[in-house]
Design a protein around this ligand. Structure first.
Ligand code: PMP
Length: 347
């Protein structure tokens, strides 16, 4: 079954990680002459002349309280995209190993694989946008290292059946990554509490969606301590900058506002679903567990261009398999949603 050491690339197993000045000195001191920083300051009022905490313990402790997960089970990345890339570099031998994605899905699993010269196998979702477990199983071989599952899925907006994900977790001896970027907009339970049951599970979340902090670039991976140690070994020493750490800490104090925003976005999503459905241009709206809607329209290319001419940008997904004729529309502010509905009403 799952053996982390066997799954790792040889070079990573043997790697002696970089040890930074901030890793080596732990304790109290007043004079820091160990890291070749500029002790005089910086042009900014808030200086930022010191390197940040390489392991971001304060942020992880705050997250631990919010998520109910111990800090040593948390890795923080420069966006989820760094959490994705590091798994490739740690576990997938270029030109030899492969991973499985379930398209249509988030594009970076594939792009990051190509950057790392790792083969991508595709178990296209079934017509109801659920996992095709038979196809998935047939694609697995001894070089399959990771199965990527996005739930709720981008761009189809639905959650994967929990039992199906459990079947994969119970039977696949490699890593199973469940990307929960949109979980806060869903009625479904996160897999974050299942880490003790599944040593092969990595759950990804992000501050970019429900937390409203896409500009900060803070992605999270939750996993066993052993997997988190691999992440920490491979990551750049100071991957999360000081400003991001401070701002994330501040944001994590205000869960009430985030919960209010989630409720408001979900209410507007449901309202938009009703109003869009009444428009002649709309053929179908898929149920959404996310902060966006996948909408089939009469002529996706024309509608996309028409909206652009009105200054409204949506995502044209009409060339994506199973999403033919579809646009992906983010739930915006009340005013933005109103402008979209009015424009579409006049198409
Ligand atoms: N996962 C999914 C499913 C996404 O849709 C996105 C962004 N569109 C991300 C991850 C990226 O998140 P981040 O901003 O943390 O890199």
């Amino acid at each position: 079954m799952f053996q982390l050491d066997k799954l790792l690339r040889d070079n990573i197993r043997k790697l002696v990680p970089y040890s930074s000045a901030r890793d080596e000195f732990k304790g109290e001191a007043q004079v820091f002459l160990d890291a070749n920083e500029n002790s005089l300051g910086s042009p900014l009022t808030r200086w930022y002349n010191r390197y940040p905490d390489p392991l971001q313990w304060k942020v992880k402790e705050a997250l631990s309280r919010v998520k109910g997960i111990a800090p040593q089970h948390i890795f923080l990345g420069n966006g989820s995209d760094e959490c994705i890339d590091i798994l490739y570099r740690a576990f997938c031998e270029p030109g030899k190993d492969n991973v499985i994605i379930n398209p249509p899905t988030y594009g970076m699993y594939e792009v990051s694989a190509h950057i790392n010269d790792v083969e991508v196998r595709r178990a296209t979702l079934l017509d109801d946008f659920q996992l095709d477990l038979v196809h998935l199983e047939n694609l697995v071989d001894e070089n399959t290292k990771i199965i990527w599952i996005c739930s709720p899925n981008n761009p189809t907006a639905n959650s994967m059946n929990r039992q199906d994900v459990e079947v994969v977790l119970n039977n696949f001896p490699g890593l199973v990554v469940v990307d929960e970027a949109y979980i806060n907009f869903s009625r479904h339970r996160s897999f974050i509490q299942e880490l003790t049951d599944y040593p092969n599970l990595v759950v990804m979340q992000t501050m970019s969606k429900a937390w409203g902090l896409a500009g900060l670039r803070l992605g999270m991976a939750f996993a066993s301590e052993a997997i988190i140690n691999v992440y920490n070994k491979v990551k750049p020493p100071y991957n999360i900058n000081q400003a991001t750490q401070e701002l994330a800490l501040k944001a994590l104090e205000d869960t009430d506002q985030v919960n209010d925003m989630i409720r408001a976005l979900v209410t507007m999503r449901e309202q938009m679903t009703i109003e869009l459905a009444a428009l002649p241009v709309v053929k179908k709206i898929y149920p959404s567990d996310a902060n966006f809607l996948l909408v089939k329209v009469t002529d996706a290319k024309a509608v996309y261009q028409y909206l652009l001419n009105k200054g409204i940008v949506v995502r044209d997904r009409s060339k994506v398999e199973l999403c033919e004729g579809c646009l992906r529309i983010t739930v915006g502010t009340a005013s933005e949603n109103r402008q979209l509905l009015e424009a579409l009403g006049q198409f």
